[in-house]
Design a binder for this molecule. Sequence first.
Ligand code: PGA
Length: 247
Amino acid sequence: MGRKFCVGGNWKMNGDKASITELCKILSAGPLDPNTEVVVGCPSLYITFAKPLLPATIGVAAQNCYKVPKGAFTGEISPAMLKDVGADWVILGHSERRAIFKESDELVGEKVEHALAEGLKVIACIGETLEEREAGKTEEVVFRQTGVIAKYVKDWTNVVLAYEPVWAIGTGKTATPQQAQEVHAALRKWLAEKVSKDVSDNLRIQYGGSVTAANCKELASQPDIDGFLVGGASLKPEFVQIVNAKQ
Ligand code: PGA
């Protein structure tokens, strides 16, 4: 089997030419474990700027896109445009998109379908809020979110699922390795039952939420954690250590 470890950096709405140049220098110096796939989620506006500054082995992701190729959708960006300027990936369904920009499960699913059809690889994000966890609804929520994504995905080859408990994002409150592993294992079981054994065995599931150099190794040692989606720490030199977390 062997799911290649995959670490994504999610820069969010951060960076300018100067700081992106510095960050790309750090990533170029590495060294980065060649057995880990690395992707950086760059603000769309800076994709053409960042791409030539990064090693060719690092994939470049946008952090959002729309669900159709072109047209009267003021302010939106299509997967075709992202590909045209050099993006390889797009992060979709991030909890900030869901909560702040009111993206529904259905819209996230439609975006995933269109991005894949246009040839982008997709990091699809799911995760429960603190209220949902405390109400014992974690599995119900992540299965529902994954179920809607699954409705729109025919071929999972170019998909990575990112489990990001909302209460752990940007809060410094990481899920314990056990808490994360528990949800990842439940998702794999769900995938085996609802999608296929093959997808369950091969789909990479990243953990995201306050991953740092200090906690990444123990998280990476969990059998169903296949990488990370990293926010805050992806803007710092410690991102290199996180990329190299898998022993
Ligand atoms: P964080 O963000 O690492 O800053 O918690 C993770 C994310 O939002 O993808």
